[in-house]
Ligand binder design. Structure first.
Ligand code: ADP
Ligand code: MG
Length: 617
């Protein structure tokens, strides 16, 4: 029998390799832009079309390539960046595997134009599916330009595997952020089609963060970023952490090491612990933290797409990172007393080349400020009618109805009265007095005992049902606002926001799109309580983003819940007995009056028997 083993042709081998390196348009962008940075570019212009499916173009003013190099660059394992395995441990470049261009050329149509500063003419190379179609001298600018067209033109299976444009774009932005945030000394410009959506001048890190993420009113970067800076002979750590009150569910969090983005769950934990008690468990702080460290002491992941990096001295760095953040928070007068990790503290201090950096904060602690709870915080008392703006009563003791209720279809649930609902309503003793307990509970006497209702939760249920119904019936009323407020979004937030627009419109919002992903909020739901509209919208966006993949299906709920949360009666608010009656009446008109939309218990009945038992002796 003849031999059966043979070497795969290059085109096939490259395509297989490409499967690892090039998964989607974002991977092409990452590889090309990293190459430009490695080539010493100070200006990089990116253009994508159709979320990178038809075109990804990267133009740089870097050092360019010679004629031979331009051809060699597309060979597998062709790199100018390392020449021996030892070099792997002192990497100063982003790339080193020499696989990217070979992989891209295996699965796309690529045009390269490149010229070095000393050369009169540049080189043009056209290559597709690993086959060279053209190579010639051309006139072109100094630097390099890559055009990658029709990605996966020859691999239909992978093409089909790509997600919607919005998803692919958001992957692209993710890569773009990871590179731009750690290269503030490089100017970037980013075109989506013909729209320039990022223009990032050369700047410092702080300005770069602002330029990338916009001056979003919630995230107000200028106000929220606290500087951290620590130099030790082990590692230098610098960057910014967000003030606790800017923490959010989908926080913006970046670690970089030696100019490269990394994921590091262990250090991430160190950051979270430094904020211990200052933020809610469901929220997380924004941070941008940069490590400079001897490359010999880290292990850059050899896998092309993995971003985890191992550190030799993880525990020591943990302590340094932790104190550094606590110090920043302490300066900001949040931590009453700094608590250095006792364990790490000893060698940490001896490690510090500049112990000045970690002196404890001045303790002019502001006693008014209580980051740990809301007990000191008095909510402004809202006028009841304000709170119910857009509602009216149809008689002295009637529930509140939305104004112009002929237009508004009441929740269909109003007619669903299960036996127990009916029983319970019958059960409420007519004209029985209500009593408010601790400004939180409504207590009323019913035939079978005492009914205790959580006022906030009850109202949340009532408003949730109403808003949800409005969204679904598209019958909400809008109220124009006199001075439209500006909602500024980041590019990726905008992708999510666009998906919410129709529903927001149905519930009474009115937007006018401004350039650059900004919207003027011109109208708001008529029933909305007095709240900061922008904050409300950003909160909704946060929720939508953190509600897993399936958020479209939950969008109605998210919107209705956010609106209900902002407009509902709060714990601590005094209610008149009329208001308590309204809540009781309307609560029992809801199909599910037992629990809030997020599953919390609304009421409890203390039965007459129970009460009798208590007093039996
Ligand atoms: P790696 O980046 O791992 O070396 P690549 O396949 O990405 O491998 O690139 C191969 C080589 O092509 C690089 O080592 C570099 O010499 C050259 N090259 C790629 N892009 C550029 C660019 N924009 N400017 C100058 N040289 C480049
Ligand atoms: Mg590379």
């Amino acid at each position: 029998m003849s031999d059966v083993i043979h070497l795969l042709p290059d085109s096939v081998a490259n395509q297989i390799a490409a499967g690892e390196v090039i998964q989607r348009p974002a991977s092409v962008l990452k590889e090309l832009v990293e190459n430009s940075i490695d080539a010493g570019a100070t200006f990089i212009q990116i253009q994508i079309k159709d979320a990178g499916r038809t075109l990804i173009q990267v133009v740089d003013n870097g050092k360019g390539m010679s004629e031979t190099d331009a051809r060699m660059a597309f060979e597998r394992h062709a790199t100018s960046k390392i020449s021996s395995a030892d070099d792997l441990f002192s990497l100063k470049t982003m790339g080193f595997r020499g696989e990217a261009l070979a992989s891209i050329a295996a699965v796309a149509q690529v045009e390269l134009r490149t010229r070095r500063a000393d050369d009169e003419l540049g080189i043009f190379v056209e290559i597709a599916g690993t086959r060279i179609f053209k190579q010639e001298m051309v006139q072109c600018n100094i630097g390099t330009s890559f055009q990658v067209k029709n990605l996966f033109f020859n691999v239909p299976a992978r093409r089909r595997f790509l997600k919607s444009d919005n998803v692919e774009k958001s992957h692209i932005f993710t890569e773009f952020y990871r590179i731009t945030l750690v290269n503030p000394s490089v100017a970037f410009s980013f075109f989506d089609g013909d729209d320039e959506i990022f223009q990032l001048p050369v700047s410092n890190v702080r300005l770069r963060i602002e330029n990338v993420f916009g001056k979003n009113s919630k995230k107000k970067w200028q106000q929220q970023l606290l500087t951290i800076e620590t130099s030790t002979n082990l590692v230098n750590i610098y960057g910014f952490v967000g003030k606790p009150e800017f923490a959010q569910k989908s926080a913006i969090q970046y670690f970089f090491v030696n100019g490269r983005y990394m994921r590091h769950p262990y250090f991430h934990k160190a950051v979270l612990l430094a904020y211990n008690q200052m933020i809610q468990a469901t929220e997380s702080p924004n941070y941008f933290i940069y490590f400079d460290i001897d490359p010999q002491t880290i292990d850059v992941n050899i896998h092309p797409t993995k971003t985890e990096i191992k550190f030799e001295n993880e525990q020591a760095i943990w302590s340094i990172l932790s104190s550094s953040i606590k110090e920043a928070l302490g300066k900001f007068n949040i931590v009453p007393s700094i608590d250095f990790d006792q364990e790490g503290a000893l060698d940490l201090r001896s490690n510090l080349t500049n112990p000045e950096n970690i002196r404890p904060p001045q303790t002019n602690f502001n006693p008014e400020y209580n980051p740990f709870g809301t007990s000191n915080y008095k909510r402004p008392v809202l006028d009841w009618e304000d709170l119910y703006g857009g509602f009216e009563r149809k008689g002295k003791n009637s529930p509140l109805y939305p104004v112009d209720s002929s237009d508004v279809v009441l929740p269909s649930s109003i007619s669903i009265e299960t036996e127990s609902t009916q029983q319970l309503i019958d059960n409420i003793e007519t004209n029985s007095a209500n009593f408010q307990y601790k400004n939180r509970f409504i207590i009323t006497s019913i035939k079978s005992g005492l009914l205790m209702i959580d006022q906030h939760r009850a109202h949340l249920r009532i408003l949730f049902d109403t808003f949800l119904n409005q969204i679904e019936q598209r019958k909400a009323l809008s109220q124009q606002i006199l001075f439209p407020e500006l909602l500024e979004l980041t590019v990726d937030d905008n992708l999510v926001f666009e998906q919410m627009l129709v529903d927001l419109h149905n519930v009474g919002f009115d937007f006018e799109k401004n350039e650059n992903y900004n919207y003027y909020v011109k109208g708001i739901p008529d029933m909305l309580g007095p709240v900061s509209v922008i904050e409300l919208l950003l909160n909704m966006l946060d929720k939508a983003k953190t509600t897993a993949d399936d958020f479209i299906n939950n969008l109605h709920n998210i919107i209705a819940l956010s609106l209900a949360e902002t407009s509902s009666v709060k714990v601590g608010q005094r209610l008149t007995s009329e208001e308590m009656n309204d809540i009781i009446d309307r609560l029992f008109a809801c199909a599910n009056y037992n629990s809030t939309p997020d599953g919390k218990k609304i009421m409890n009945i203390f039965s007459s028997e129970e009460i009798d038992r208590l007093f039996s002796k």
